[in-house]
Design a protein around this ligand. Sequence first.
Ligand SMILES: NC(=O)C1=CN([C@@H]2O[C@H](COP(=O)(O)OP(=O)(O)OC[C@H]3O[C@@H](n4cnc5c(N)ncnc54)[C@H](OP(=O)(O)O)[C@@H]3O)[C@@H](O)[C@H]2O)C=CC1
Ligand SMILES: CC(C)=CCC[C@@H](C)[C@H]1CC[C@H]2C3=C(CC[C@]12C)[C@@]1(C)CCC(=O)C[C@@H]1CC3
Length: 321
Amino acid sequence: MQRVVIVTGANSGIGLALCERLLTEDSQLRLCLACRNTQRAEAARSALLTSHTNAHVDLLHLDVGSVQSVFTAAQEVKARYSRIDFLYLNAGIMPNPQVDVKAFFKGLFSRNVINMFATAEGLLTQQDRLNSDGLQEVFATNLFGHFLLIRELEPLLCQAGHTSRIVWTSSSNARRSAFSIEDMQHRNGTEPYSSSKYASDTLSLALNRHKNNQGLFSAVICPGLVMTNLTYGILPSFFWTLIMPIMWLHWLFLQKSESLDPRAKYHSLTSGLGTNYTQPRKMDIDDEMSEVLYSKLLDLERVVRGEANEGNAANKLINST
Ligand SMILES: NC(=O)C1=CN([C@@H]2O[C@H](COP(=O)(O)OP(=O)(O)OC[C@H]3O[C@@H](n4cnc5c(N)ncnc54)[C@H](OP(=O)(O)O)[C@@H]3O)[C@@H](O)[C@H]2O)C=CC1
Ligand SMILES: CC(C)=CCC[C@@H](C)[C@H]1CC[C@H]2C3=C(CC[C@]12C)[C@@]1(C)CCC(=O)C[C@@H]1CC3
């Protein structure tokens, strides 16, 4: 049977590389690129069709950071497909990143140096803002839009006798201490990216608890450090060339293993000999918090559905979540 795969943020970076790989693994796929920028999406589709001439590649307009766009895109998906096999939740932003250079040099000579290179702990802050729905942009894009998409697509994801999978592109930068359940949108901090990625790890756990019995399974992956538009937004490309030898040395310390566990994040790594492999690592998440987050997201979903139906002002949202 032809498998249906949807990838958000598929027009560049990791999303596009993933699509390339998926078509190499299974040329019969029905692959749907869910992107907000139509021009870039078309360019991505053409590039994929150049290397996979007979592939079936669809385009879907989706701005995952806009509630209305998610609802419209989900309607379109339901009209096009009767089920979804894989939903890759990959779109993500890190707006206005700032590197704390002082902390970097301090970290370089500390015992925490390996961890610093792997997770950027203490090094990176961002400037977030409210979007037109009245939500924090990073939370809305990296987490909530994807949550709404899952909720809207449940009829296609939870089908009797069929297994569907959700895969979140998380990050080693996801950190418990950057996330507060009282402030899930991260209105008050300076690490919205880290917070949103921790929230997706936690949400994945709750989704597994609530949906496994309906045939829906959620997994979290960590791509490591990849040179994309996102990383070029942190440092210019010549800087990356300069620090690459240090970054590469870090990966030499990583070892190989394999399993499948809803509490593990699957890290994509490269050994010192250049072999690529995946390593599951336990996530710092717990059932209780994942349950609270899940119910808070459901509350927020009810609010935005009310907003979408009534067309009310965004201010209500800000006060109620
Ligand atoms: N690069 C890295 O080292 C790491 C990246 N990641 C994660 O990988 C994922 C992909 O990022 P990466 O490939 O690096 O960076 P890119 O900036 O190349 O890709 C991000 C993708 O997300 C899309 N996107 C952003 N905002 C929206 C939106 N509102 N609606 C729809 N699509 C949107 C972008 O589309 P557009 O062209 O329209 O902007 C683009 O296609 C992200 O979730 C990121 O957090 C995780 C760990 C490390
Ligand atoms: C000389 C100087 C100022 C070097 C700074 C190095 C940092 C810019 C990198 C060290 C670890 C990197 C890292 C990321 C960004 C760049 C670093 C902070 C990510 C946060 C990028 C996006 C992710 O999702 C995870 C990455 C972890 C490691």
